[in-house]
Design a protein. Structure first.
Length: 156
């Protein structure tokens, strides 16, 4: 991709993120947290498109990356708040973002090292790391659903 196109691609990603945030927020209200899986999968697909495809694939990958960012900034912020009491939400958000930031830093260091060694390895590790979030998300979601149901049963 020519260097002058990079700001335009970033703008496209941010436009995709803005539109996706509205759509994903609406879908979250109607379908529940499982909608996050779509965003996680699209974000994982972004990496091979950007690093292994041509210019058209890179544009699609940038749009998928924007959708993945919207997933993180909307759904993954809304979902943890539902099982938390209002008096603990600020602490919960802080913990969530601290863990997410630490994971992001560790992943960025690893992928940065792989960038200089092997692009296919970078793509494979990135996709595997992103898709590994799906079972964790499902497990946490299932745990919180069970806690919410038991709380509803004990409240008269």
């Amino acid at each position: 991709m020519p260097v002058p196109w990079i700001p335009a691609l970033y703008a496209a990603a941010m436009a995709a993120e803005g539109v996706a945030a509205l759509v994903l927020g609406s879908l979250l209200d109607r379908l529940g947290p499982r909608i996050a899986i779509i965003g996680i999968v699209l974000a994982a697909l972004a990496v091979p498109l950007v690093f292994l495809g041509g210019a058209v694939a890179a544009v699609a990958g940038v749009v998928f990356w924007g959708i993945g960012m919207a997933t993180q900034d909307t759904i993954l912020h809304a979902v943890p708040s539902s099982p938390m009491p209002p008096t603990q939400r600020a602490t919960g958000y802080g913990l969530f973002d601290a863990l997410r930031g630490a994971a992001w830093l560790a992943g960025s260091i690893l992928l940065g090292m792989l960038y200089g060694i092997s692009t296919p390895a970078l793509v494979a590790v990135s996709v595997l790391l992103q898709l590994s979030a799906v079972p964790v998300f499902l497990l946490v979601r299932r745990t919180h659903q069970g806690e919410a149901e038991s709380t509803r049963r004990t409240i008269p």
